[in-house]
Design a protein around this ligand. Structure first.
Ligand code: SF4
Length: 451
């Protein structure tokens, strides 16, 4: 049986794409082996979001070549899309495919095996207007399925290379999304995470069908218990989206909304599509429509021109919003973007000091958010035995509002929708007690068996 090994760098979309590529190999009778084992084909799915992403991608490619110089070394993903020549210059690389044409991967591999000549299959992504259909009917993780609904981005934020590596925004057809959702539910998944590069832009290229319509239709899929949106831009949360979030019991009380900076001058230089006042207003509306909603975010610290005063103002803004968690990153120059050419770059030590302060703030807000839910009974889907606590029969899972809860229960509950009372708040992990296990049924008809 031929073997294939994968290495994925970067974001959730890349991980999804890797799963999709694995399906292609599986259909051809391949077995998947560990990346450090000897394989016939190595696939490195690269990232280019920072210059470090490029460097790390090159290291991994060289590792694959060293592991088995006779193997087919195929490089795909964002770095492959933006710099195919740089990658083909690495001795041992046989095939470069970017962020499209992955459905032709097997034929590119055949081509290489017959001709033994390096294949550069990268095409201009900016001309692509079609969503590439790649199905993932099952995942290594059994409790939560990712469903890619969109690709690319039209925003061109000044720090970001993504539109150049992923192309312009394009949506998967509603019929295809719904068919895949039904298939995932049939395979036993209770929760679907809608992913994309710019998920909120879903439908911008479709005729009169937007994200709100898709959410409405997904809400009607029988057996689907939870729908989570992986990330959505504040500027794309409109009243129709808020209405469906409010009305549907399946929509998770958790939204990840990237803020990036809490100061208007910085937001403008980043070319973000909102001001802090507009962002705050969106959050106010969401909290009104979905009481108790967890809002998590991304923040970039030390963007060029961010003064101490701007940073302080941003810190106060974030504290005022009261995020349930923040992912904090120091600004890192990405060659080829306008921000990398800006003159007033911030000193690295200053950036790191600010990152630490914001991580402390995030932990404080995370604990505050969890404390507000102590005593409440939350819907939790257990994912696995709790590491180190297997003997004690402890399992862990996430609530709809993304609180990680550890509680006593049998591993047979993994993948089931459970009612768990939160008993003790923590920063990353909380403790709880099992109250009931919900029978699988459409949300409106749910019954609970009390334990
Ligand atoms: S919205 Fe901005 S940061 Fe996000 S992918 Fe698009 S260009 Fe990049």
């Amino acid at each position: 049986m031929p073997s294939v090994a994968f290495y994925t760098l970067g974001c959730k979309v890349n991980f999804y794409d890797t799963e999709a590529m694995w399906q292609l190999f599986k259909q051809e009778g391949y077995e998947q082996v560990d990346f450090d084992a000897t394989a016939d084909v190595y696939i490195v799915n690269t990232c280019t979001v920072t210059n470090t992403g490029d460097k790390k991608s090159r290291q991994i490619i060289r590792r694959a070549v060293r592991r088995n110089p006779d193997a087919v070394i195929a490089v795909t993903g964002c770095y492959a899309q933006t710099s195919p020549a740089e990658i083909l210059a690495i001795p041992g690389v046989d095939l470069v495919v970017g962020t499209q044409d992955r459905e032709k991967l097997m034929s590119f591999i055949d081509q290489y095996q017959q001709e033994r000549q390096p294949v550069n299959a990268v095409r201009n992504i900016m001309k692509t207007r079609e969503f590439e259909e790649l199905d993932v009917p099952d995942f290594a993780e059994r409790t939560r399925a990712f469903l890619k609904i969109q690709e690319g981005c039209n925003n061109f934020c000044t720090f970001c290379i993504i539109p150049w590596s992923r192309g312009l925004s394009r949506s998967r057809s509603p019929e295809s999304v719904l068919a895949q959702a039904r298939q995932l539910v049939e395979a036993g998944y209770k929760e679907i995470v809608l992913t994309g590069i710019h998920t909120g832009g879903y439908g911008d290229d479709l005729e009169a069908y937007r994200l709100a319509d898709l959410l409405e239709d997904l809400d009607k899929v029988d057996g689907l218990e939870r729908i989570r949106i992986s990330s959505i831009e504040a500027s794309q949360i409109d009243e129709r989206v808020i209405a469906v979030l409010n009305r549907s019991p399946k929509m998770c009380r958790h939204l990840h909304i990237p803020l990036q900076a809490g100061n208007d001058a910085v937001l403008k230089r980043m070319r973000r599509k909102y001001t802090t006042a507009e962002f705050a207003e969106k959050i106010r509306r969401l909290k009104e429509a979905m009481p108790g909603v967890a809002i998590t975010t991304d923040v970039i610290v030390g963007f060029p021109g961010e003064t101490e005063e701007m940073y302080r103002e941003g810190y106060a803004f974030m504290e005022e919003i009261g995020f349930a968690e923040m992912h904090v990153f120091p600004y890192s120059k990405r060659t080829g973007t306008p921000a990398a050419r800006m003159e007033d770059q911030v000193d690295e030590d200053v950036k790191h000091e600010r990152v630490h302060q914001l991580i402390d703030l995030s932990e404080r807000m995370q604990l505050d958010y969890a404390r507000h839910h102590v005593g409440q009974v939350l819907d939790v889907i257990p994912e696995r035995a709790h590491k180190g606590d297997e003997e004690a029969g402890m399992i862990m899972g996430y609530s709809g509002n993304y609180i990680q809860i550890v509680f006593e229960g049998s591993e047979s509950l993994i993948g089931q929708l459970c009612q768990v009372r939160l008993t003790e708040a923590g920063v990353n992990e909380c403790r709880g007690e099992l109250v009931a296990v919900t029978e699988s049924a459409p949300a409106q008809l749910r019954t609970a068996s009390v334990v």
